[in-house]
Design a protein. Structure first.
Lengths: 472, 82
């Protein structure tokens, strides 16, 4: 049975799938069909990937019969639109089990930039994640990218590769280390903690997997030094030369030794876990190895949201692991019970602001963020409220976005937002044919050069040359 | 106009990156595909409607037709072939 589906439903589905606001979904949908219409008129055809093509055809004048009166009439020559179905759509119709072959669902794959999504900028702060395989500048041939940007691309490729490997390895290592028997020690204050996980990806890495990264663990046994490769680089690697004397069979990385072993770990893996249950501190450090001065006991309960911030030389990525269930086996101690809570100090908290006469982004930035050059931060946050960054409409309510770091010591997130704002300003000036729009790009370069990598194909060659000239 | 040109146009007019525009375009087409695949008619105001014209033979799949709206017809009425 044929049902009629209207544009509104399509918009809603688009908004849901891609986590867009309904306003933006409407705007996109309107623009989508308007562009097709204009393209049809300009080029005479519009080809839509794996959907079909619309083509204008000229039908000649011909004779016909009036359907009501039956009199012969002449149908004038006129353009008509012909639609040709793509093979993919034909297959879709033919097969009842429809398989999405155009693109994977936005929900699973897309990280739409924050300014037109429902999600806040905080939730989508990891915008420098590896881009999807298509249209990723990192996987395009070198010759397409200007020479001066080659190093950015190479670095980026390395970062993505390293980040991907690190993500897999470290996730596995965390799970592995949480599931192996803990190191039991005699020293007072030593910690024995085992965490059992309910994460479905427990089997990601088994003991037999050999995933090594350049990190090494030095084991000293009876005076001799053994060097072993460690499956993962430490998270927030912290050097601790404190000796740990083990008494019971120690399982370490899947290898058990029956003898007493004097272990000196040159690198120590430190995990930060934020407990959902109330505790003196919001965060406790759980360590495989031991730190002194630890007396407080871990609460029996469980449900620890394990957030690991992983940093390495080549890559920086955030992994939010699945909720874990912690069960303490024996000698339960919190390491560093007075651990400071993970509370990010915010210099300027987001708040709405009603525009008044004489307001400008420059002045608002100067007033609220001290530095007037941070005006793109406001522009970026209010992209769909402010069209022209040089003209503000009195009475409109805008948002003054959060500035996380001090104006003199901006955080990476702040820098990224500001650079994004500069780039948006560049796009605006370019669309309006403002002279020398590339000056906005210089701001983006200053605060976050990776933004150039991200949008490199939206920068015209002329502007690119000018940037190089000016920056040199 | 090809899909890539459409994406470029949309990224400029909506002021979004081409990557995002591409994802949105593909998702839009995906939704249209999905709806037509479920034997529904898609009606887009000011543009036209896509529907499925079934074949009399049960073994033969139907064809997708496009019926332009009055608005679109009047928009293209001055078009002439080169």
């Amino acid at each position: 049975m044929t049902n009629k589906v209207y544009e509104g439903e399509i918009r809603n589905r688009l908004a849901n799938d891609c986590k867009l606001t309904k306003v933006f979904a409407r705007q996109f949908s309107n623009e989508f069909f308007n562009t097709i219409r204009q393209g049809l008129l300009d080029d005479g055809y519009v080809r839509l990937h794996q959907f079909g093509s619309l083509r204008l055809k000229w039908s000649k004048e011909r004779k016909g019969i009036h359907p009501q009166t039956g009199e012969p009439i002449i149908i004038p020559a006129q353009p008509r639109i012909q639609f040709t179905t793509a093979k993919n759509l034909k297959d879709t119709i033919q097969n009842s089990d429809y398989i999405h072959t155009i693109a994977e669902s936005c929900a699973s794959k897309t990280t739409i930039t924050a300014f037109y999504t429902r999600d806040s900028a905080d939730e989508l702060s990891d915008t420098n994640d590896p881009a999807p395989f298509y249209n990723s500048r990192n996987y395009l041939p070198d010759e397409i990218i200007p020479e001066s940007a080659q190093h950015i691309k190479k670095q980026s490729n390395h970062k993505i590769l390293a980040a991907s490997m690190m993500a897999v390895v470290i996730t596995g290592y965390i799970l592995h280390s949480l599931n192996t028997a803990p190191i039991t020690t005699d020293n007072p204050g030593n910690t024995t903690i085992a965490l059992s996980t309910q994460t479905p990806t427990v089997n990601t890495i088994s003991d037999s997997d050999q995933l090594y990264i350049n990190s090494e663990t030095v084991l000293e046994q009876n005076g001799s030094t053994l060097t072993e490769a460690q499956p993962a680089t430490a998270i927030n690697t912290k050097v601790d030369h404190e000796d740990v004397t083990t008494q019971t069979p120690t399982t370490y990385l899947g290898q058990a030794s029956d003898t007493q072993t004097s272990v000196s770990l040159t690198t120590e893996t430190t995990y930060e876990a934020a407990t959902t249950k109330s505790s003196p501190a919001n965060a406790v450090q759980i360590s495989n190895t031991v730190l002194a001065d630890t007396t407080a006991s871990v609460p029996e309960a469980t449900n620890i949201d394990h957030n690991s911030n992983i940093h390495s030389d080549s890559a920086s990525l955030d992994i939010t692991a699945q909720p874990l269930q912690a069960s303490v086996i024996q000698n339960q101690h919190i390491v560093n019970s007075e651990a400071t809570a993970v509370t990010t100090s915010v210099y300027f908290k987001e708040r709405p602001y009603k525009l008044k006469d004489g307001n400008s982004l420059w002045r608002l930035s100067q007033k609220n963020y001290i530095n007037p050059f941070y005006w793109p931060h406001i522009y970026q946050a209010n992209r769909y409220k402010i069209n022209n960054p040089d003209k503000l409409h009195t009475g409109k309510i805008i948002t003054l976005p959060t500035l996380y770091g001090h104006p003199e010591k901006l955080t990476d997130q702040d820098k990224r937002n500001i650079a994004e704002g500069y780039f948006l300003a560049y796009q605006y000036y370019k669309s309006k044919n403002t002279p020398q729009p590339y000056f906005a790009l210089l701001g983006a370069l200053k605060y976050d050069p990776t933004i150039i990598k991200k949008y490199i194909y939206e920068i015209s060659d002329e502007d690119w040359k000018n940037i190089q000239l000016v920056s040199n | 106009m090809t899909t890539s040109e459409l994406i470029k146009q949309l990224s400029i007019s909506l002021n979004i990156s081409q990557k995002d525009a591409k994802q949105l375009v593909f998702q839009e087409l995906n939704i249209l595909n999905d709806i037509l695949g479920q034997d529904n008619q898609v009606i887009i105001k000011g543009f036209g409607s896509f529907g499925l014209r079934k074949s009399r033979k049960s073994s033969t799949p139907g064809n997708v037709f496009f019926r332009p709206s009055k608005n679109l017809k009047s928009f293209i009425k001055n078009w002439r072939p080169e």
